[in-house]
Design a protein around this ligand. Structure first.
Ligand code: 5GP
Ligand code: MN
Length: 337
């Protein structure tokens, strides 16, 4: 984003302005954290911001300040449509293509204003008038922190904003351990703690509030784990029936795929989850080192993301999806050594 664009945006938010802020579908900590931080920031101006999530978000994010103000497009369609129709500026956060918010994308056809994109995924689309895209960033939350800095408003970072930003940086970096975590990320996080984010309470609210059902579903997932030592790869499956048996709730499978990567020597871990609502299999892919799960997901499973963390989907059955996956591995044997 250029200095001129920053000036322009600052002028625009300094006059009464209707703003909508949208995270990606199935929003995670970084998506909700960045949207809510921006929401609290814009509220300090003459803006009237509304966060509209495409669909429900997990319970472990509902404690976040402002979370009770989020509209759910899927469930509150009329209200969300009215907001979008009258909006003058739409921020899209933590995704790179309007295809990541199908459902909302159709409603946005009635939106006549400008888009602002803040995102750290690869290959961003060019729909936004103002684009701040940087794939080297740990998280969109770190970028919103920078954005507020670029607007010369660091002093406007309140405890609520710091809490939201800390949450997203923590969740997207796997608690500050992924390679995307830079020394700058740690400096940002230090400043957020100084500004009132309670690191210990936030960690507890996100990671230590599991239900018994979730832990038992994790048990099922771990029992289903398959090791393919010749490819340094593991995969996990969860069928519709297994989800139902453990009273699956949105967000319950968050982080499961990382258990695969915790096995010694493993470079590639995948989880296949049969959707209960749609006729699809949702896929999460993680890697260590140079193996790009972004390329793999893009090429074979209509997805994408980052080098070491990506998502995708498949419209064939769970069994066929796993077979397709296993059939692809010999082509990647060298990369996975
Ligand atoms: P997760 O596996 O946690 O859903 O997603 C891992 C990363 O990949 C996140 O950064 C997420 O935004 C991205 N991602 C997940 N699903 C998709 C997808 O279908 N398409 C693209 N382009 N990115 C995805
Ligand atoms: Mn993110």
């Amino acid at each position: 984003m250029t200095t001129i664009e920053i000036h322009e945006l600052k002028e625009r938010i300094s006059t009464p302005l209707k703003v909508v802020i949208i995270p990606h579908k199935n929003p995670d900590g970084d998506a909700i954290g960045s949207c809510l931080a921006l929401y609290h920031y814009l509220k300090q101006y003459k803006c009237n911001p509304t966060v509209i999530a495409p669909n429900e978000f997990p319970d472990f994010l509902k404690w976040m300040p402002g979370a009770d103000q989020i509209l759910i497009h899927e469930r509150q369609l009329d209200q969300a449509t009215r907001c979008i129709k009258s909006a003058e500026l739409v921020f899209t956060l933590d995704f790179n293509s309007l295809s990541r918010i199908n459902g909302v994308a159709e409603t946005l056809e009635q939106f006549k204003g400008d888009y602002v994109m803040i995102d750290h995924h690869q290959a961003p689309d060019s729909y936004a008038k103002y684009t701040y895209s940087d794939t080297a960033m740990s998280s969109t939350c770190e970028m919103v922190y920078n954005f507020i800095g670029m607007m010369a408003d660091s002093q406007k970072i309140t405890r609520d904003i710091a809490t939201c930003l800390y949450t997203g940086i923590m969740t997207d970096t796997g608690s500050f351990r992924f390679p995307s975590t830079s020394s700058v990320t740690h400096r940002v996080v230090a400043d957020l703690i100084d500004k009132g984010a309670n690191n210990s309470e936030i960690h507890n609210a996100i990671y230590d509030t599991s239900s018994l059902d979730k832990l038992q579903l994790l048990g099922t997932a771990l029992k289903n784990l398959v090791l393919l030592p010749q490819y340094n790869t593991v995969y996990i499956t969860l069928s519709k029936e297994e989800l139902a048996l453990n009273n699956f709730k949105k967000g319950d499978t968050e982080g499961f795929v990382n258990y695969g990567l915790s096995l010694k020597g493993i470079k590639f871990a995948v989880i296949f989850i049969e959707s209960q609502q749609e006729e699809i299999v949702k896929i999460s892919l993680r890697s260590k080192g140079d193996f790009s799960v972004n390329d793999f997901a893009r090429l074979h499973f209509s997805g994408g993301g980052h080098t070491n963390a990506a998502g995708g989907r498949s419209t064939i059955s769970l069994e066929e999806t796993v077979r397709k996956f296993k059939d692809l591995l010999p082509d990647y044997k060298n990369q996975l050594q």
